[in-house]
Design a protein. Structure first.
Length: 152
């Protein structure tokens, strides 16, 4: 059985985040002050959990990636980036709206990695076999295009 894990990576060393000083214990974000590193990390983690929940809805599509690649890509883009430029969208729409509104990140992104545990699926075996056959055919063409030289 194959298990797939999606990992989130926010790849921005220049993330700007802000915090509003209120007397209550709630963390409110507003322009003008920065979130501390632990607060920002917790905020991004919360948004990452939201992204992971969204991506779990298409978990079964990953079992046949080659067939479902377009559906997977479209759904993952929605989970990650939907509403990123529309400031009227709620922070629960996607990872981008969450980190933009809750963490006041100015840059965001999602990194999707496919990882295995267990055996390869039939679809993956077929893909590997096709790649190997293409490589063999390419090598065969290279060899046949070079003239042979007979040495005396």
């Amino acid at each position: 059985m194959q298990r797939l894990l999606l990992f989130l990576a926010v790849l921005s060393p220049f993330v700007h985040c802000v915090l509003d000083d209120d007397d209550d214990d709630d963390v409110h974000v507003a322009h003008g002050e920065r979130l501390s590193k632990p607060e920002f990390d917790a905020c991004v983690k919360k948004c990452g959990d939201q992204y992971e929940n969204c991506s779990k809805a298409i978990h079964t599509l990953w079992l046949n990636f080659r067939k479902n690649r377009q559906k997977i890509t479209a759904e993952m883009v929605k989970c990650c980036l939907a509403g990123e430029t529309d400031h009227s969208q709620p922070p629960t729409l996607s990872f981008a709206t969450c980190v933009r509104d809750n963490c006041h990140a100015e840059m965001w992104g999602c990194n999707i990695k496919k990882r295995h545990s267990g055996f390869l699926s039939e679809d993956e075996k077929l893909g590997i076999l096709e790649r190997e056959n293409r490589e063999k055919e390419r090598m065969r063409k290279l060899r046949s295009s070079k003239p042979f030289r007979i040495l005396p």
